[in-house]
Design a protein around this ligand. Structure first.
Ligand code: ZNH
Length: 145
């Protein structure tokens, strides 16, 4: 269900994204803007304020890991549910992450991309990314019962 133009928009834009930097900014923002998300990261140490969150090396490493995982979805665009089946199960059964938080991270990621790329994040690219993230969120939410 992807057009050639959508595949092109996703892949071209993805190639420009610095996983560590964008992942770090997106996760940092989620933890600051939606502070209840901090409860899932109790092993990450000091998350007591925005400066501590931004300087926390575990937050940085985890942000990159999340972006790397988005890369798995991009290389399996026709197969995102299967690609994320184990990851969905992990978030549901082991981490107990409320899937509503996937949506918050997706929205925040869009804001970070818009801020970083400005006019280059065109309405068409924005629309395609919104669709891509909706597919990702649905796949990550799939193993919740
Ligand atoms: Zn998550 C983990 C991805 C969202 C929380 N994650 C994780 C991992 C990955 C991911 C890859 C690793 C796994 C293993 O180890 O195996 N995530 C992801 C993605 C997304 C997400 C892709 C979207 C897009 N998460 C999320 C959210 C949250 C979370 C929203 C909350 C808020 N995760 C989490 C946790 C963990 C994870 C808590 C664990 C961490 C540690 O290190 O411990």
């Amino acid at each position: 269900h992807w057009t050639d133009a959508e595949r092109e928009a996703i892949n071209t834009f993805w190639a420009k994204i610095d996983h560590e930097e964008v992942g770090h900014q997106a996760l940092t923002r989620v933890l600051v803007v939606y502070p209840w998300t901090q409860r899932y990261f109790s092993t990450f140490g000091n998350l007591s304020n925005a400066t501590a969150i931004a300087g926390n090396p575990k937050v940085r490493a985890h942000g990159k890991r999340v972006l790397d995982a988005l890369g798995d979805a991009i290389t399996h665009l026709d197969n995102v549910s299967a690609t994320y089946a184990k990851l969905s199960q992990l978030h549901s059964e082991k981490l107990h992450v409320d899937p509503e938080n996937f949506r918050l991270l997706g929205e925040t990621l869009i804001i970070v991309l818009a801020g970083q790329f400005g006019a280059a994040f065109t309405p068409a690219i924005h629309a395609t990314w919104q669709k891509f993230l909706a597919v990702v969120i649905a796949a990550l939410s799939k193993q919740y019962h």
